[in-house]
Design a protein around this ligand. Structure first.
Ligand code: HEM
Length: 138
């Protein structure tokens, strides 16, 4: 069980590395003006999104494996609240994909300041989910 939990946390870290870095790339991409630079951002964002998705999928797979081995955990209010935040986090991940596509199609609608605010959201998710998972306050 502890090995599964350890891999769950390892992949969570890789997922969050992408969730922190991709919106940061969006901040710089939104203020870029040269075509070569914008093209380079598109390539970096696309490759990072693939790695980030692998991290997210593996986090969920090991998490579901932990739940399958101990389904009683689902009755805990902390686990229910955690999974609710995880669903929102997956929605944020999908939003990143939509924004990535807008950039690739030259249809970005947001400025640098908007992306700086957007970039703050993953840290709120991380604090909320980890506190629920470790301290189990509910
Ligand atoms: C579909 C997604 C997820 C599922 C199904 C899931 C499920 C679980 C389960 C069943 C445990 C074991 C709990 C225990 O034995 O006490 C666990 C532990 C943990 N999860 Fe998740 N999790 C998911 C996503 C996440 C995410 C996104 C994060 C981080 C932001 C996270 C952070 C943790 C941590 C830190 C632990 C270790 C808690 C401890 O033992 O102290 N999980 N998870």
């Amino acid at each position: 069980m502890l090995w599964i939990k350890a891999w769950h946390v390892v992949f969570m870290v890789t997922w969050f590395a992408g969730l922190f870095y991709l919106p940061r790339l969006f901040v710089y991409h939104a203020s870029a003006t040269d075509a070569a630079g914008m093209q380079r951002f598109c390539i970096m964002e696309r490759r990072l999104f693939v790695l980030m998705t692998i991290g997210g999928a593996a986090t969920a797979a090991f998490g579901l494996w932990l739940l399958a081995r101990n389904p009683a955990l689902l009755s805990g209010a902390w686990m229910q609240a955690k999974l609710a935040l995880v669903v929102l986090l997956i929605a944020y991940h999908a939003w990143c994909r939509a924004l990535l596509r807008d950039f690739a199609r030259g249809r970005n609608a947001h400025g640098e300041r908007w992306y700086r605010l957007f970039n703050e959201l993953p840290s709120l998710f991380l604090v909320g989910i980890v506190l629920l998972a470790v301290a189990k306050p509910l």
